[in-house]
Design a protein around this ligand. Sequence first.
Ligand SMILES: Cc1ncc(C[n+]2csc(CCOP(=O)(O)OP(=O)(O)O)c2C)c(N)n1
Ligand code: SF4
Ligand SMILES: [Mg+2]
Length: 330
Amino acid sequence: MTEAQTVRIEHLRRRQPRFSGLAPGHRACQGCGQALAARLVTEATGPDVAVTNATGCLEIFTTPWPESSWRVPWLHSLFENAAAVASGVEAAWRMQGRESKVLAFAGDGGTFDIGLQALSGMVERDHDVLFVCYDNEAYMNTGIQRSSSTPHAAATTTSPAGSERMGKRHLKKDILGIIAAHNMPYAATASVAYPSDLRTKVRRAMAVKGPTFLQIYAPCPLGWAHGGELSIEVARLAVQTGIFPLIEMERGRVIGVMPVREQRPVTDFLRPQGRFAHLFEDHARAREELAHLQALADHNIERYGLAGEAPQRFDSEGADTVHRGGVRRG
Ligand SMILES: Cc1ncc(C[n+]2csc(CCOP(=O)(O)OP(=O)(O)O)c2C)c(N)n1
Ligand code: SF4
Ligand SMILES: [Mg+2]
């Protein structure tokens, strides 16, 4: 190894976060987006937090009794009430005069569906909690059932593709729109393909007094039917096609977006994933659905003004973009 290489590696080491709330050796599948996302979130929060965790993959793979991968205080909650349990912890800490932030973690099922009422109550009561939704777009823990976050046309075990239908009939729920309607102090979307952006958003959310919300795009190789080595690539393509816009909101107003430097066709994002394989069969319905998904992506680009005019450091191709093998392109 040359001297220059040694210096660069030492520089990289110094830049590594000093704390991670999630220890290695848990039981997630290889390439699990959720495991990476939870690690990145706790790297940004530091140790002075407590986590309440709705039932779902994250809870299951991190806490097989009597072991735990968590390096922060961690509480199991039911599938539906991570936000309610976090509210209780936060209220108790407030009474004790403690300042630490409480985190509530849930999957898309525990956020978009069964946990929505508890989340809405938590925000309305103004609890000082950061709620993080790990969005893998289905109920993975129980066998890949569709949720209201599952994208249109994706095949799951309860929205199969066949002669009757082309995967899920309905659209992905606009959870950020619902959160925005609560006059939320801070809410954002993030992706495991853009780790610095993700950690920055966590730090911003932690700095706000009151409820904050993050929706993190977290590929699931098992449920999306792609190789574990493709997770980051698929997550990046979701952003670069306009399928999953990265935005920040304050009190319901969009205050920042990650520009998309060159919008890629949605087929680039869909093709590596087995859950969309039926869309590449040679018939009119499949072509119609592909056009529909392209229109949805185009709508996102227009709705949030994502089209980048000139290359920028922090756009979808910029310095924060992680490519396969962990190489960043600047
Ligand atoms: C009231 C209730 N209904 C159903 C279940 C079974 N259940 C546990 S986790 C889960 C799905 C979790 O999906 P999600 O929140 O998206 O998390 P993921 O496993 O995908 O990470 C279901 C249906 C339960 N625990 N409680
Ligand atoms: S099923 Fe999906 S979400 Fe669950 S541990 Fe495996 S990759 Fe992660
Ligand atoms: Mg899920």
